[in-house]
Ligand binder design. Structure first.
Ligand SMILES: *[C@@H]1O[C@H](CO)[C@@H](O)[C@H](O)[C@H]1NC(C)=O
Ligand SMILES: *[C@@H]1O[C@H](CO)[C@@H](O)[C@H](O)[C@H]1NC(C)=O
Ligand SMILES: *[C@@H]1O[C@H](CO)[C@@H](O)[C@H](O)[C@H]1NC(C)=O
Ligand SMILES: *[C@@H]1O[C@H](CO)[C@@H](O)[C@H](O)[C@H]1NC(C)=O
Ligand SMILES: *[C@@H]1O[C@H](CO)[C@@H](O)[C@H](O)[C@H]1NC(C)=O
Length: 483
């Protein structure tokens, strides 16, 4: 039966396979070419890591609510809104912004117009960038912000990152890149409260294309995730970090030699060579010689994950461990300034009490904790809130977007900036480290920073009055213990 007639179909079959294979190959090739065009099309303006600028000017920017009476010393400090406006003044080609929130105009709220003015002003300036021929690019988490929609219609190109698809977290990153030369990183986001009611701290770095180039790679990473739910491995090369904790950028900051790099989280968002936020924090803590001052809204060494529909909470040790080691084994003075507000997790008190108890009967052991609260206005959650997220030591500073909460580092996207300086040089004048330290000490000594030591009754009262609310307001935490 198997005569010459069956030869023909076999041959055609082979031909078919060959053609099919060829088609497949060219499809793959085309896909590769197009994806690399997509990748390389967004060029880096001819500036490379060989000829980028390392002679930079860094400025500390802060927002302090009008009704917070903090003692200001004579040190230079630029209001945050002024920092944003200077950046916009500099812009010639492009402004790239990542922000978790877009709410510069408090339309839906009954607010005193004056407190909202700065946000509205900034929004108007962003809208008018187009008329100056400046491109505005925005990367955002999935939000329903009408402002973002209006910016997208009038002047901006907006890309969305669906964090739910990657980690079920949120995009907490907050930074600006202007002309790939100037940058902003800090606690503030594009919320009118950041420019009025909340206490924020960040830095603006001018004339620093090396750092901007690297931060831009983080931006490109978010940009490429638009309408995707996976991270293709081919992109890793394009968004590879230029600098990190093992090869930090050596630069001049206000004519003082320093090193710097950018870190990110979560781990899934750290392409090759990119330092994780937790490792950056670790490096800064471990290189401290005499003191570590930390100012964060929330401090909680717990990580909560949902597993088969139920929420599992685990102890998350990395930062807690490093602090313990620094205090007990290296004799470093540690101060923690944590915000005391409606969303303070009750276990925060247990964890910091545990940290404090380390020093009992130990000489040269100093760990102090204070809670920052602006009680008078407590109907509004955010009013007077210390939204800072930084750490300063005798030789370094870390300024980030995340609170020091295990879950945040695990699932939320954020960036951090590490700056380190050789403290041996005493003739260098006031550095940014000195400025951040002064800001910390100002807050620490203010009347809003309260120690909970020996005030157990108040703590208990606070707990009881808030206990019910945690379950309602904070869905992420299925409280594991009854307090
Ligand atoms: C930097 O180097 C690149 C390639 O080496 C070159 O194309 C570019 O013009 C240079 N830029 C400046 C500002 O020198
Ligand atoms: C988005 O906003 C519109 C109007 O502002 C509202 O009708 C809609 O319910 C919102 N959607 C979500 C998912 O919040
Ligand atoms: C975001 O990702 C989740 C999980 O993959 C998906 O269910 C949802 O539809 C996505 N949202 C959008 C707007 O693409
Ligand atoms: C950037 O450097 C240039 C040249 O040194 C200088 O003229 C300019 O004022 C600097 N810009 C800022 C914002 O410091
Ligand atoms: C404790 O500190 C004092 C003064 O700073 C120093 O003289 C002493 O050696 C320290 N003791 C220990 C055990 O480190």
């Amino acid at each position: 039966m198997a005569g010459p007639t069956t030869q023909e179909p076999v041959k055609t079959q082979q031909k078919c396979i060959a053609i099919f294979a060829l088609l497949c190959c060219s499809a793959v090739l085309l896909a590769l070419i197009f994806s690399s065009v997509d990748i390389w099309g967004d060029d880096e303006d001819g500036i490379t890591e060989e000829n980028c600028s390392k002679d930079c000017r860094i400025v500390l920017v802060e927002n302090i609510a009008d009704d917070l009476s903090l003692h200001m010393d004579g040190r230079p400090r630029l209001p945050l809104s002024a920092g944003f406006h200077t950046l916009l003044d500099q812009a010639k080609y492009s402004v790239e912004i990542v922000s978790p929130v877009w709410n510069l105009n408090p339309w839906d709220q009954e607010t005193i117009p004056s407190t909202a003015k700065q946000g509205q002003l900034l929004f108007q300036r962003l809208l008018s960038l187009k008329s100056r021929g400046v491109k505005l690019k925005i990367a955002s988490g999935l939000t329903n912000s009408t402002e973002l929609k209006s910016l997208a219609v009038h002047s901006a190109e907006v890309h969305f990152v669906n964090m739910t698809a990657f980690t079920r977290g949120g995009l907490h990153s907050s930074f600006w890149i202007v002309d790939r030369e100037h940058i902003y990183i800090g606690s503030a986001d594009m919320d009118w409260r950041s420019l009025s009611k909340r206490k924020e701290l960040g830095v603006v770095v001018y004339n620093c294309s090396c750092l901007a180039l690297d931060l831009h790679r983080v931006f490109s990473f978010y940009w490429q995730l638009h309408e995707r739910d996976y991270i293709p491995s081919i992109w890793w090369k394009r968004v590879t970090a230029l600098y990190g904790r093992h090869q930090a950028l050596e630069l001049q900051l206000n004519a003082t030699p320093a090193t710097a790099y950018v870190s990110t989280s979560p781990e899934l968002f750290c392409p090759k060579d990119r330092t994780r936020d937790v490792d950056a924090i670790s490096q800064v803590i471990q290189s401290a010689k005499t003191f570590i001052f930390i100012s964060v809204t929330d401090y909680l060494p717990l990580v909560s994950r949902s597993f088969r529909g139920t929420s599992l909470t685990r102890y998350w040790s990395p930062i807690d461990e490093m602090i313990r080691e620094a205090v007990v084994l290296r004799g470093i003075r540690v101060r923690l300034l944590i915000s005391f507000w409606k969303k303070t997790h009750p276990l925060t008190f247990n964890f910091v009490t545990s940290l404090k108890s380390l020093c009992i009967q130990l000489q040269n052991c100093s760990l102090e904790v204070r809670f920052f609260s602006h009680k008078e206005q407590n109907e509004d959650l955010q009013h007077g809130l210390n939204h800072n997220k930084y750490m300063v030591t005798d030789n370094g500073v870390y300024i980030g977007n995340q609170d020091w909460v295990g879950s945040d580092f695990a699932v939320n996207a954020g960036v951090g900036l590490v700056v380190r300086m050789n403290t041996g040089l005493k003739d260098r004048g006031v550095t940014v480290l000195d400025q951040v330290r002064a800001a910390f000490e100002r807050d620490w000594r203010s009347r809003y920073a309260k120690s909970l030591q020996g005030d157990k009754d108040q703590q208990d009262k606070y707990r009881h009055s808030h206990q019910g609310k945690y379950h309602v307001e904070d869905h992420e935490w299925n409280h594991p213990l009854s307090l």
